[in-house]
Design a protein around this ligand. Structure first.
Ligand SMILES: [Zn+2]
Length: 234
């Protein structure tokens, strides 16, 4: 039996400071799970892992299978073993979808992995541009590129993080989207689902690794993580 533990490769407050380089490779992330999301060193696109395949969603939203030697400054991973299911059977506005998400969890104070697969009237995603170190994430995302998908089938891969750990991971839901042909996607901004199969995994524990970089070791984290994340991720 594989461990059912959530893995977070670095606290997100390091990313918020603009520490975009770490020594964690995709091969190392693969040992922590077959399912996850994150980014690459120098914020070079959005990362999505599904069924053990890792993709880079570049600035234009195009998907590329990634090399195991590529590195990531931030990723959340798990061995996906869902125990709860739900479904969306009728078209939902983005507002109703958000409401559904809020009602879906048995408790708001746990971590969850969430896989949704189905069809969407529309999906709006973004990707981040390659960025040099020390440019805070909340500024780097000013140059994000937005992509729209219409009448598309695909996957939402993501996690729910309780609100009390905003310096560790993005509070609330954080999804990355990839279409069913694995050709394009990005970090989810909005969507209007028509039909969804939803599978959830609940976590009672998590593993967090801390970066060994000089930047991280000598940083003083004064930033308001919650405020910066709201700007960078929503
Ligand atoms: Zn993201």
């Amino acid at each position: 039996m594989m461990q059912s533990k959530l893995y977070i490769s670095s606290p997100i407050n390091a990313l918020l400071e603009g520490f975009y380089q770490n020594d964690i490779t995709i091969d190392m992330l693969r040992e922590k799970g077959d399912f996850g999301i994150g980014t690459f060193n120098n914020l070079d696109g959005e990362m999505i892992a599904l069924n053990g395949s890792f993709y880079q969603l570049d600035l234009d939203g195009n998907a590329h299978l990634v090399d195991g030697s590529m590195k990531s400054p931030f990723a959340t991973m798990c061995h996906f073993q869902p125990s709860l299911t739900d479904e969306v059977m009728e078209p939902l506005s983005y507002g109703s979808f958000e409401k559904r998400l809020r009602q879906m969890l048995p408790s708001d104070n746990m971590f969850y992995a969430v896989h949704m697969t189905g069809s969407f009237k529309s999906v709006e995603t973004r990707s981040v541009p390659r960025t040099e170190n020390y440019r805070p994430l909340s500024e780097a995302t000013n140059d994000q590129k937005i992509r729209f998908f219409y009448d598309v089938e695909g996957h939402l891969v993501g996690f729910y993080t309780p609100s009390f750990v905003p310096s560790i991971n993005v509070p609330g839901y954080h999804f990355h989207f990839i279409d069913h042909s694995f050709s394009a996607g990005g970090h989810l901004l909005r969507c209007e689902p028509e039909r969804l199969d939803i599978r959830l995994q609940i976590f009672f524990s998590m593993e967090l690794t801390l970066p060994k970089t000089l930047d991280y070791l000598t940083a003083s984290f004064a930033r308001n993580a919650e405020k910066d994340l709201e700007k960078a991720e929503r």
